[in-house]
Ligand binder design. Structure first.
Ligand code: FMN
Length: 171
């Protein structure tokens, strides 16, 4: 798909059909995340693929936003391996993991797979539910699947501010 079409076609899908995501498509999505840039190339992202009935039932316990997706990615990062900005507490963990997630969400669109970025969950609860290592912070969950007939973009998808409202050319 042309990059412009990928960006234009992505939307947050809030109703999935029962169709499974093909293994090779999932692989392409994960590979796009692998190639994402991270500060100092630390690659501290940790991606968990949840697609078993048992795993998806656990997802349903931690968020109401699976919307029937057959695959959910848990995107986390290793808190002990982040780039920390000099003279600051700020670190790049959330930024890096967000870039990885964005690569994957656009790759999903490119593969014809629908998605939704979720932050409506408690990260500690997710970590506990899936027994993730203590050094990992959960950033987001990503629903992946094929939209049901009714799984169209919500009206707010089409409401984007004009560039002049968000971009300023400065000297
Ligand atoms: C950081 C972030 C968190 C989001 N969290 C949720 C969520 O928890 N549940 C949900 O249904 N949608 C969630 N969304 C989807 C947004 O509601 C959606 O992206 C926004 O309304 C714009 O619609 P669009 O993605 O179709 O363009 C999230 C999106 C972003 C970027």
């Amino acid at each position: 798909m042309e990059f412009k079409n990928v960006v234009e076609n992505r939307f947050s899908c809030k109703k999935y059909s029962g169709r499974q995501v093909e293994a090779e498509k999932l692989q392409a999505i994960l590979e796009a995340g692998r190639l994402a840039p991270t500060a100092k190339n630390l690659q501290e992202q940790r991606i968990y693929v949840v697609q078993t009935e048992e795993g998806l039932a656990k997802i349903d316990k931690v968020t109401p936003c699976r919307y029937g997706a057959p695959v959910v990615l848990i995107v986390a990062y290793d808190k002990n391996n982040v780039f920390t900005f000099p003279d600051s507490d700020r670190n790049s963990g959330a930024e890096d993991a967000s870039i990885v997630a964005t690569h994957m969400i656009l790759a999903a669109t490119n593969e014809g797979v629908n998605s939704c970025w979720l932050n409506y969950f408690n990260p500690d609860e997710v970590a506990k539910t899936f027994n993730l290592p203590e050094n990992e912070e959960v950033l987001m969950l990503m629903d992946l699947g094929y939209a049901a007939e009714e799984g169209k973009p919500l009206p707010n998808h089409f409401s984007r501010k004009p560039l002049e409202e968000t971009v300023t050319y400065i000297k």
